[in-house]
Design a protein around this ligand. Structure first.
Ligand code: PLP
Length: 426
């Protein structure tokens, strides 16, 4: 017998003993979510960073409907289909030049798992003993066991530590102190056993919206490469315009050896991911020797409906003024941050591209800071979806958000924070 009287659903990153009942959503359009009980909520976090052009973009919805009439799903080993072929070519065109192979999977986590396995497989096939992974402090690369290992250790993965492989942690390139990061990479790479440096380019998302410079990114990659290590760019969050360019690597003039994309790949409509690889990495797996096969698949690899959604997303980038929308949003975000600059409750106001973030001054910092859930509740009471990372609040809306709607988001942030502060005050 279950002790649960209500819904049997176990929600992600949710402590059911204290979480408020989830809001049931029945419809979405643009930046708005409509709840079953008739509320219209502004989605200021793009539904966990996935929605780029707005919910239910008609072009993507139509592409999904069209594809669903033709081909739903087919095994992707020994078979292929037009949407995947066209999408792979388009992705090679759109990503930094030098990436020539595309491997499909289902989520950001699987895209990163694939990249890590390709990096290890590459050196294994070459007969080189390179198995060490370098990753940044505060990194987040997903929630599967393999990607958790590459991510920072913390309260989220304490229970799983015995399963997590060893990763060499590199200090975050704090502005002005980047040399420490470069030196750490250089030192460890001299051992000659580094397979790959994995990085979130320009901004560490789940680790607290920590921004660093494009020059630091370029230099970190250069040093790793110089020592024969591969560079994996985890663009799962940063891809598709978030940082102001289509991919964040562009700002550093960087072509990584492996690039992971998911979230905004379908405009946020449906799950799909891709790992792009250099020809060298494909070549080390290419052999009449079957033991060199890249042994990885998920059942729904390159699902045709998801690929059609991604193609429609790319058409929107081509046919609509997306870059202009992004530029306008960047400017609005900057203006809001400037007005919050006088508020002594807010610190470390920062922005890269369309993403704005700040830290709330609290005594109990970190992910479990009490202010986070309180502010989330107060913002929701003001019909705005925010989801602070501990005491870090960020605003990452779909690019179609209007100036008025963004005003409402920031009003909810400021007023909600004041109300939340009263609530959590001891
Ligand atoms: C969200 C995220 C992931 C994981 O993606 P999922 O689709 O949630 O598995 C990996 N890396 C980064 C940088 C992310 O932001």
């Amino acid at each position: 017998m279950s002790r649960v009287s209500g819904s049997p659903v176990w929600h992600p990153f949710t402590q059911h003993a204290i979480a408020p009942a989830p809001i049931s959503v029945s419809r979405a359009e643009g930046v708005r979510l409509w709840s079953t009980d008739g509320r219209a909520i502004i989605d200021a976090i793009s539904s966990w960073w996935v929605v780029t052009h707005g919910h239910c973009h008609p072009h993507i919805m139509a592409a999904i409907r069209d594809q669903a009439d033709k081909l739903d799903q087919v095994i992707f080993a020994g078979f292929t289909h037009e949407p995947a072929e066209r999408l792979a070519r388009a992705l090679i065109e759109l990503t930094p030049s030098g990436l020539t192979r595309v491997f499909f999977s289902d989520s950001g986590s699987t895209a990163v798992e694939v990249a890590l396995k390709m990096a290890l497989g590459h050196f294994h096939n070459l007969g080189q003993k390179r198995t060490r992974i370098l990753a940044l402090e505060h990194a987040y690369h997903g929630d599967t066991v393999g990607t958790m290992a590459a991510g920072a250790r913390g309260v989220f993965n304490a229970a799983y530590h015995p399963l997590l492989y060893d990763v060499t942690r590199i200090p975050f390139p704090v502005a002005g102190l980047e040399q420490a990061t470069f030196d750490a990479i250089d030192d460890i790479c001299r051992k000659g056993d580094v397979a790959a440096l994995i990085i979130e380019p320009l901004i560490l998302g789940a680790g607290g919206m920590l921004i660093y410079s494009a020059t630091a990114l370029a230099e970190m990659a250069r040093i790793a490469r110089h020592h024969g290590a591969l560079v994996i760019a985890d663009e799962v969050m940063t891809g598709w315009g978030r940082t102001g360019t289509l991919f964040a690597c562009e700002q550093a003039g960087l072509t990584p050896d492996l690039l992971c994309t998911a979230k905004g790949l379908t405009g946020g409509a449906i799950s799909l991911a891709a790992t792009l690889a250099s020809e060298e990495i494909f070549a080390s797996h290419y052999s009449t020797d079957r033991t060199r096969t890249f042994f990885h698949s998920s059942s729904y690899t390159a699902n045709p409906i998801a690929c059609a959604a991604a193609l429609a997303n790319i058409e929107i980038w081509r046919d609509e003024p997306v870059m202009e929308r992004i530029a306008a949003l960047c400017e609005l975000q900057q203006r809001h941050l400037a007005t919050l600059g006088n508020n002594e409750r807010f610190a470390k106001l920062r922005r890269i591209g369309t993403i704005a973030a700040l830290d709330i001054e609290v005594s109990d910092g970190g992910y479990l800071a009490g202010i986070g859930p309180a502010l989330q509740r107060e913002a929701l009471a003001r019909d705005v979806l925010l989801r602070p990372l501990g005491n870090t609040v960020y605003v990452m809306p779909p690019y179609c958000i209007s100036s008025d709607d963004l005003d409402q988001v920031y009003r909810a942030l400021v007023d909600g924070e004041a109300a939340a502060r009263d609530e959590v005050r001891p």
